[in-house]
Ligand binder design. Structure first.
Ligand code: COA
Ligand code: AMP
Length: 639
C-alpha cells in the first residue's frame, strides 16, 4: 500500500478523526467543540466553536518560535528592477502597523475590506493585517475594470478600500486610482475611506476627506502593536469573487479554521514544502492560487514565498523563472500551464534554462486549467523534475485531485491530475444524477458532501444561490461543473466545464458576463460568446452577434467598438478580440443557444446536429463564417 493509499484510507475510515489530527499543526486560542458539526451551516461546518487567528498562525508564531530572521517574503519585480527580503519579524512589524492604521479607521472584526492591488509586498501585508483584525478581505484582480470592481464593492460593502496608485504590465502602467474612483462613483455602497499606496510610476491624485496616504499613515503607526483578534474557526477570513454563469460574480467565502488546517496539510503532504523552503507561485493575489499559495500556505508553514511582479516571458526574457530559481534556491514552482506554453513558444530548446543553476528545483506544479500532455512532457524534459498537474477550484481553495509529492508520487498518467486527496470523495454522475460505475465513462464530476475543511461553506450573503449553483442538482453532492471520467485505477480526467465558464490563460471568465456586454451595444439584437481553443492561452473568447434589423455598419467597425466595450466593462484580462456577425444564432426549438455545438465546430471536434435544433442551416453558416475568418484552424496545432 502506498503512503497515498494509506492516508486516503485513514481519512475515509474516520474523516473527523483525520482532520482533528491535522488540526494539531495549528495554534488554537480555543480548540473546537466539535470537529465536524453536521447540523451547522448548509452541509455541516468544520471546527465549530474553535477560536483562532490566521495572521497569528502565519506570522506571529514563527517569530515566537525563534524564526524571526527567516525570510517570509522575497519580492522580485523585473518590471521595476526592485527586490526586497522581508523576514518574519519585519513582516510582523509591518502587519502590526497597517493593522493599527485600519483600526484607526474603525475597521473591526467582521468588517469587509476590499483590496485592489498589484504584486507588491504591501498587498500581502494588507491581507494579513485584515486577518489579524478578524476583518474580511476581498482582493479584486487588477486586470478587472472599474465596473467589475464596483460590482464587488456593492456586494461586499467594504468599510475601507485599499489600493495602489498603479499596477505595472510590461508594456504599460495600469493606473488603478482613476479606476477605483470610477468604481466608487458607480457603486451604491461607498467605502468610508480609501488608503492609497503611492507608487513612483504613477502618482495618484488624492481626494481630500476620503483618501489616506498609505506610507504616511503606516509611518505614523510604526511600532504600534495590535494583538491578533480571536475569531471563530467558522468566521470568514476572506471573500473571493469568481466568475459565475452571469455577470454577477459569486462571492466564495473562506473560513479561518478549516482553511488553515487544510492548507497546512497540503504544504507538507502535497507540495513537499518544509519550514524554511522557498516556494515560487507565479500567479496573482487576485486569484485563489495567489491566496492559497503565494500567501497563506507558505506562511502558515513557516516557508518563504516569492512575490513576483512580472510575466513568464518578456520581463525581460523566458529565462526569468530560472533566474529566480537560482537567485533564491526555489524548491517548487507553481503556475498555470499557459505560463509554460508561453515559455516553450519563446524558448523551445530550453536554451535559457541552461544559463541558470536550477538544481534546487524539485517539482513543478501546474493548475488552473487543463495541462496538455505536450506541455507537461516538454517541461519534464527541460527541467528534469516531476511535473505535477493538479485540479482544483476557487471554491475548494486547495487541491481536489493531484499527485502528492509529500506522500510519494503516484505513477503519472498524462492528461490526468491523478487521484482525489483526503477530504474528497470524487464521483461521476450521469445527467440524471445516477453514479456512473463503468470506468472511463464521461459524466458530471461531483464531490460527495460534506466538502472538506477549507472548501467554501457558502457564498457571501447568497445562501440560496450557493444551494442552487452547487448542491440542488445532485442532492448529497457538490457539483464541480466540470465534466470528466475516472479510469479503472481511480485516476480522474477533467475534460471540460459544463457551464458557461471559460479559462483564458488560467483566468476564469464568464461568457455570460461577456454576452451581457455585447448585448448592450446599440446595433446588437442578440449575442453569444463561446470559448475556443487557443494554442497559448488554452481558450480565448469568441463572440457571435446578430445585428439589429436595418443595421448596415461594417463588421470591423462593430467589432472594434465591442472589443473596446468588453475591455472597458470587464477588463483587459478577458482578452476579447474576435467577433463574428451572423444572420441568426443556432438554437433549439425552445430557444436555447447551442453554444456547445458552436464550440465543437470552432475547435473541429466531432459534432452532430442536435435533434432539437430549430434550423440546421445556421450551423453550416457558423462553419462557413469561422472558416472565412480563419478561426477554424486555431486549435488544429494542438490536436
Ligand atoms: N493588472 C492589469 N492588467 C492586467 C493584469 C493585471 N494584474 N494582468 C493581466 N492584465 C492585462 C494584460 O496586460 C493584457 O492586456 P493587453 O490586452 O493590453 O495586452 C490582458 O490583461 C490579458 O492578460 P493575460 O491573459 O495575462 O495575457 P498576456 O498576453 O499579457 O500574458 C501570459 C500571457 C501567459 C504570459 C500570462 O497570462 C501569464 O503569465 N499567465 C500565468 C498564469 C497565471 O498567472 N494564471 C493565474 C491563475 S494560476
Ligand atoms: P478557478 O476557480 O479559477 O481555479 O478555475 C477552476 C476551473 O479551472 C476548474 O473547474 C476547471 O474547469 C479548471 N481547472 C483547474 N485546474 C485544472 C486542471 N488541473 N485540469 C483541468 N482543468 C482545471
Amino acid at each position: 500500500m502506498s503512503d497515498y493509499e494509506r492516508v486516503y484510507a485513514q481519512w475515509q475510515a474516520d474523516p473527523a478523526k483525520f482532520w482533528a489530527e491535522q488540526a494539531q499543526s495549528i495554534d488554537w486560542i480555543k480548540p473546537a467543540e466539535k470537529v465536524f458539526d453536521e447540523d451547522a451551516g448548509v452541509y455541516g461546518r468544520w471546527f465549530v466553536g474553535g477560536e483562532c487567528n490566521t495572521c497569528a498562525n502565519a506570522v506571529d508564531r514563527h517569530v515566537a518560535a525563534g524564526h524571526g530572521d527567516r525570510a517570509a517574503i522575497l519580492y522580485d519585480s523585473p518590471i521595476t528592477d526592485q527586490k526586497a527580503r522581508i523576514t518574519y519579524a519585519e513582516l510582523l512589524d509591518q502587519v502590526n502597523a497597517l493593522a493599527a492604521v485600519l483600526t484607526d479607521q474603525g475597521v473591526v472584526k467582521g468588517d469587509r475590506v476590499v483590496l485592489y492591488m498589484p504584486m507588491i509586498p504591501e498587498t500581502a501585508v494588507a491581507m494579513l493585517a485584515c486577518a489579524r483584525l478578524g476583518a474580511i478581505h476581498s482582493v479584486v484582480f487588477g486586470g478587472f475594470a472599474a465596473k467589475e470592481l464596483a460590482t464587488r464593492i456593492d456586494d461586499a460593502r467594504p468599510k475601507v478600500v485599499l489600493a495602489a496608485s498603479c499596477g505595472l504590465e510590461p508594456s504599460r502602467i495600469v493606473e488603478y486610482k482613476p479606476l477605483l474612483d470610477r468604481a466608487i462613483e458607480m457603486a451604491s455602497s461607498r467605502p468610508e475611506k480609501t488608503i492609497i499606496f503611492q507608487r513612483p510610476q504613477a502618482k495618484a491624485e488624492m481626494m481630500s476627506g476620503r483618501d489616506i496616504d498609505w506610507a504616511e499613515a503606516v509611518a505614523a503607526a510604526k511600532g504600534r502593536v495590535i494583538d491578533p483578534v480571536p475569531v471563530l474557526a467558522t468566521d470568514p477570513l476572506y471573500i473571493l469573487y469568481t466568475s459565475g454563469t452571469t455577470g454577477q460574480p459569486k462571492g466564495v467565502v473562506r473560513d479561518n479554521g478549516g482553511h488553515m488546517v487544510a492548507l497546512e496539510w497540503t504544504m507538507g503532504n502535497f507540495y513537499g514544502i518544509d519550514p524554511g523552503d522557498v516556494m515560487f507561485t507565479a500567479s496573482d493575489f487576485g486569484w485563489v492560487v495567489g491566496h492559497s499559495y503565494i500567501i497563506y500556505g507558505p506562511l502558515l508553514r513557516g516557508a518563504t514565498t516569492i512575490i513576483f511582479e512580472g510575466k513568464p516571458v518578456g520581463t525581460p526574457d523566458p529565462g526569468v523563472f530560472w533566474r529566480i530559481v537560482e537567485d533564491y534556491g526555489v524548491k517548487a514552482i507553481f503556475t498555470a500551464p499557459t505560463a509554460f506554453r508561453a515559455i516553450r513558444q519563446q524558448d523551445p530548446e530550453g536554451e535559457f534554462i541552461d544559463k541558470y543553476d536550477i538544481s534546487s528545483l524539485e517539482t513543478l506544479f501546474l493548475a488552473g486549467e487543463r495541462a496538455d500532455p505536450e506541455t507537461i512532457k516538454w517541461a519534464e524534459r527541460q527541467l528534469k523534475v516531476p511535473v505535477v498537474d493538479h485540479w482544483w477550484q476557487t471554491e475548494t481553495g486547495w487541491v481536489i485531485c493531484g499527485n502528492p509529492v509529500g506522500l510519494g508520487l503516484l505513477p503519472v498518467k498524462y492528461g490526468s491530475p491523478a487521484k482525489p486527496m483526503p477530504g474528497y470523495d470524487v464521483q461521476i454522475l450521469d445527467d440524471e444524477g445516477v453514479p456512473v460505475t463503468e470506468p472511463d465513462t464521461l459524466g458530471n464530476v461531483v464531490v460527495k458532501l460534506p466538502l472538506p475543511p477549507g472548501a467554501l461553506p457558502t457564498l457571501w450573503h447568497a445562501e440560496e444561490r450557493f444551494r442552487d449553483a452547487y448542491l440542488s442538482e445532485y442532492p448529497g453532492y457538490y457539483k464541480t461543473a466540470d465534466a470528466g471520467k475516472l479510469d479503472s485505477d481511480g485516476y480522474l480526467f477533467v475534460m471540460a466545464r459544463t457551464d458557461d465558464i471559460i479559462n483564458v490563460a488560467g483566468h476564469r471568465l464568464s461568457t455570460g458576463g461577456m454576452e451581457e456586454v455585447l448585448s448592450e451595444h446599440p446595433d446588437v439584437a442578440e449575442a453569444a460568446v463561446i470559448g475556443i481553443a487557443d494554442p497559448m492561452k488554452g481558450q480565448v473568447p469568441l463572440g457571435f452577434v446578430v445585428l439589429s434589423n436595418g443595421c448596415e455598419r461594417s463588421e470591423d467597425e462593430i467589432q472594434n467598438e465591442i472589443v473596446a466595450m468588453v475591455r472597458d466593462r470587464i477588463g483587459a484580462v478577458a482578452a476579447f478580440r474576435q467577433l463574428v456577425c451572423i444572420r441568426r444564432l443556432p438554437k433549439t426549438r425552445s430557444g436555447k443557444i447551442l453554444r456547445a455545438t458552436m464550440q465543437k465546430i470552432a475547435d473541429r471536434e466531432d459534432w452532430a446536429i442536435p435533434a432539437t435544433i430549430d434550423d440546421p442551416v445556421i450551423l453550416e453558416e457558423v462553419t462557413a463564417v469561422l472558416e472565412r475568418r480563419g478561426l477554424l484552424s486555431r486549435a488544429l496545432e494542438e490536436k
